[in-house]
Design a protein around this ligand. Sequence first.
Ligand code: FAD
Length: 387
Amino acid sequence: MKILISGAGIAGFTLAYWLKQRGFTPTIVEKYPSLRKGGYKVDVRGTALEVVRRMGIYPDLLNANVKLKRSQFVTPDLKVFEFEGDILGHPSEEDLDVNRWDLSQIIAMACGEIEIIYGDSIVQIEEKVHFEKMSPRTFDIVVGADGIHSNVRKLVFGDESTFLKEYGVHFCVFPIPNLFNLDRSEIVYFDKGKLVSAYAAENHSFACLAFKSENNLLPRENLKSIFEERFKNTGWEIPRFVAAMKESNDCYFDTVAQIRMPAWSKGNVVLVGDAAHAASSIGTSLAIVGAYILAQEIEGDYPTAFARYEKSMRKFVERGQNLAQSNLQIIANAESSWLIKLQLYLMKLLPEKFIRLSSKWERWQMKRAANSLKLDSYVDPGRNPRE
Ligand SMILES: Cc1cc2nc3c(=O)[nH]c(=O)nc-3n(C[C@H](O)[C@H](O)[C@H](O)COP(=O)(O)OP(=O)(O)OC[C@H]3O[C@@H](n4cnc5c(N)ncnc54)[C@H](O)[C@@H]3O)c2cc1C
């Protein structure tokens, strides 16, 4: 069976790895001319940890684990609160926190030899698959693993606006010099409608600028200028962040959003990872687990295989998305709901106690959602026991 995967990201490579294990020879097409660099640290949690163990890459990820020792919160009046561990990411003790670029490289390495077509993109899916540059080719299955703004989803399922739930929060992630001499620690600055953060670990340091806006969508051009304008006349060390963003040629811009779809497959086309169910905060783990399950289920009769993949994943994805959504609502509705007003009030009154307590609660919820799917029915990593 010839399988084409659109997107050389976390889901694309995880899927390719497992398809290879099952004896398939997948091909990947990636829009960018090389493996895409960039990104902040992302979490590998719960069931996804079992998948990376089965892939044999757990020790490499453990090596790359950022595992924050400390978090510092800076308020607009420049009060600094310091906490042990990672307060923002809500990781459990066993979770891994890896820079996205490290994670992509480790999964890509594990894949070994594989056909990857860089710098091209699918333009049409009919009996043959048509590409921007390459001549048409025939595939039995096409998988959209091309991220939150999936091209395959647009071509086969329709316009992104039907599935995209946005929260009006725009962010930019970029490498930054280690301005605060951080050592496995993160610094976060909050102000009304704005969040600025940076972390550093081992040999890398990344920052994020985020702001809330009335506009859900930003124009794709001049994003650096839009961010510069938004963070103009802001205090603390923000001008240095903006300067680093302007200098960087490795900025990743996007909008905080989720993808919610009634079905993840149509005919011989199926979606995986963010393309199917972008979630925010738990999206990487969902993508890893989804790619694993899809690879285990793919067989000759693909509609049945896709239906089984979706049945296994649906509830797990919904739990993750609902949890992430309730956290996102806090940012999105920062001034409207009484509950949020109360939270903000408590945060002013008892900042340390409040942050510690709410972090504990969020960690517990995250752990529950991230572990809510068991892989017991896929015992032998190479074979689907239902065969
Ligand atoms: C450069 C980058 C930086 C990121 N940084 C962060 C971050 O800081 N924090 C965070 O939470 N999440 C980040 N993400 C998203 C995060 O990687 C995903 O939410 C999660 O890991 C799920 O992975 P995915 O494989 O489904 O999607 P992604 O990791 O987004 O991978 C999608 C892949 O598809 C490729 N692609 C896009 N369009 C096409 C096309 N037309 N044809 C072929 N290929 C295409 C992309 O270039 C990318 O390689 C980032 C993604 C990217 C690409």
